[in-house]
Each structure stands twice: as structure tokens, then as C-alpha cells.
Design a protein around this ligand. Sequence first.
Ligand code: LLP
Length: 445
Amino acid sequence: MKTAVSKKSAVKPSARKGTARKTPVPQARPFQYKGLDLYCDSVSLAPLAEQYGTPLYVYSADQISSRFQLFQKAFAARPHTVCYAVKANSSLSILRLLGSQGAGFDIVSGGELERVRKAHKPSLRRVVFSGVGKQAWEIDAALKADILQFNVESEMELDLLAQRAEQLGIRARFALRVNPDVFAETHPYISTGLSEHKFGIAITKARAIYRSAAKFKWLEPYGVSVHIGSQIRKVDPFAAALERVASLVRYLRRDGHDIRAIDAGGGLGIDYSDAPFDAAHQVERYAAALEKGLGAESAHLLLEPGRFLVAQAGALVTRVLVAKKNGSKNFLITDAAMNDLIRPALYHAHHEIVPVRKPSGKATLTADIVGPVCESGDFFARDRVIARVKPGDLVALLDAGAYGMTQASNYNSRGRAAEILVEGSQAKLIRRRETMRDQLATEIL
Ligand code: LLP
């Protein structure tokens, strides 16, 4: 059964005390023009592209920190830990930036665990481990690292966790990731909270599983977790999911389980258009929705935002290689491709594309902006009206800080891009461009 979020119960954000605002107050975006040139904070992009080549990911550290602080502020009234979802952008320097400010991490693999260890070891104790198919070696590594919580997604996984914990003699704090059967209104590939999805355990079965877990001496029922999907713009589905979780927690506590944490997952969406975006207001609405769902239930709240912290902090800078016309269509072919940023190809996602140096005059062009990969699916935008750029010019794909580099591949034997982190007036190379030697290093002939 799908749970439609009732229109009646939905509290209009503007009606909420303390959060009413007439017009959005946009926070400064990191990518802004100064004169004709596009900057990331105080660093001009064109010289970076000259120095490090293209395609080039550029991120603003200030933006990432300020988004993290928005969460810290909005949830200040409740004990909480923001566990950044590593999969959104797992570059070590970004993990270190967040870890050193007190963030925890949501990981989904042994690989992500190692990234956290390498980037900021003290954060290991603030790690939650999600994922539907954890393997014994990954569980062992996480147990030894003494992570905060395992988000368990099946009874089989719970058995495996109990077995590994006993074997190693290390107690495992676990939460069942429950599937609340709530519709999240997002792209079907990134919606996870319905009973038809592979994620979590049906919320109706959870009580019995916590009861049967009591037989495992090395398992500690520590929390309940939920995650209903990603790029969710309305906050009501979060409230609906948490209401169900809070009700489960009440029952579990009555059953005698000492449930200390509620993990609300991630999923808060951003605006990929160039419209003003009031991030602070969005986080406040989100916090209010979660509070509404939680009601009086006290617990340490865990949050797993990914996209919201890093997406708008990043751009992919690329050079136009070729301009051509096929029939009536214009094509601009860039040196970045679907292997660098797969979101448009995979989800038909929209990214704003802007010139790094504004061309003189106001003339525009309607074109498909595409990469050189041999697939018609290799596009960034179709029939997009863009400033009249020409071969040799640089353009930036905005809001590419989340699920850009982490979903990059070597398709067509293309090396992965370099990455720059802008901190104040400093631009630091945080990942060099991948070479052909890197690509061939694992192959055996
Ligand atoms: N927690 C769990 C258990 C998740 O599965 C995810 C994302 C997150 C947290 C973070 O969600 P966020 O706050 O970033 O929405 N590649 C897609 C998004 C996939 C999201 C997968 N899970 C995209 O490019 O839109």
C-alpha cells in the first residue's frame, strides 16, 4: 500500500511559527561572475582550467562548511549528529573538511570506511554503515573501527552481524533500517521508501526482529533508521516516515529495548535551476518536519545528508571542442562526457550550463551540449538556450558537487577529471587527473 501524504495534514511552511518568510533569501552561490569572468568564491575559473586542464571539478569549501553549519543550527535543539553521506562526494579533502568540523559519516562499503579512516580517523566513531549487501570483511572492518551503528537491512544481515561480532568479541550497535512504505515523489531510481523497493525491512516486521535479536549477546539494539530516497523537495514525506518510526520506537521501548538513536536518513533536495534558493529556510522546514514526525519521542537524531551539503558547492569546468550542426540541430561537443557526470544521462537531470567568460553581446544559441563518448545518451543538455560560446571556450556545469565525481567512470578509456578545492583565496589540487598509466595499472596481459 502506498501512503500518500495527506494534503490535510501537511502544514504549510509559511504557516509554521518562526519559519514564515515572504520571498526566498538566497544564500550566496559560490559560482558568481565578477565582471565577465566566472569565479568560485574569490578564485577565477579560467586560470584554473589553464593550469590544471579540463574537465575539472571545482568545489567551494566555504559553501560545504556553511551548509553543514545550517544543519547544525537547525537541529541545535535536539542532540544530533550529521553523518554526511560519503557516496555524494568521497574525495578525502572534503571528508576531512567535514570530519574536522564534527561531522559523522554515512558509509555503504568497506571502501568508504577506509576513506573516512584516511581522511579523519577520529570520525570513525561517528560512522553509520548503511547498505543492502554488506559482506563479512566489511562488517569486520567496521566492528574493529568501533563505528557508531550498523543500519541493518535484512534478517540475514542481522545474523551475519551477530556471527561476526561474536567471532571478534566486539559488540555491534545496530539499527534496523525500516521501510516505512512512504512515497517520496522523486525520480524512481532514487526513491527507496516503498515496499516495492529493495531497501530496508518492512516496518510491520521490525518489532519481532528486535525481539528475536535479543538472543544474540553481541548485538546491541541501539537505534531505528529510515531513508526514503534522494532529491526530495517536499518535506512532508520525511514527516510521514518519521511519524511511523517514532511510533515503532515507542513500541520497542515498551518492549524493553533501550533505543537511543533515530536515524532519519538523507534525501533533502536542492534546486538545480538558477532560481533563488533559500537553503537555510529549506533546512529549517526540514528540521520542523522531522520534529513534527518525531513528536515527543526523545532520541539522538542521526541525519545523513549528502547532496544538500555538497551539490551546489561544485561545478564541472569543461572546454568546448567542436560546434556542429546536424540537420536543424546545433551541437556543442565538450571535453567532459557522461563518464565525468552521468546524472543527465541516467536521470535526465538538469544542470545549468554557463560560460566561464561571458561572450560579448547578448546573442544566444539553442544547442545540445554533449560529450565525445560514443553513445547518444552522452548528453548534458538538450535544446538548451545558452550564451553563444564557440570551440575553445570554457563552460561550467553547475551544481555538480554531488554524485558527479563519485559516479565517474573510465568508459571509453577516458581518465577521470582532476579536482580543486577552493578555500578562501587558495585553490588546492585535491586530486590529480587520472593518467593512462593509472588506468592500465590493474590489468594483466
Ligand atoms: N543515506 C542513504 C542510506 C542513502 O542511500 C543516500 C543516498 C543518502 C543517505 C544520501 O542522500 P542525499 O542526501 O544525497 O539525497 N546518484 C543519485 C543519488 C543517489 C542517492 C543514493 N542514496 C543522483 O545523482 O541524484
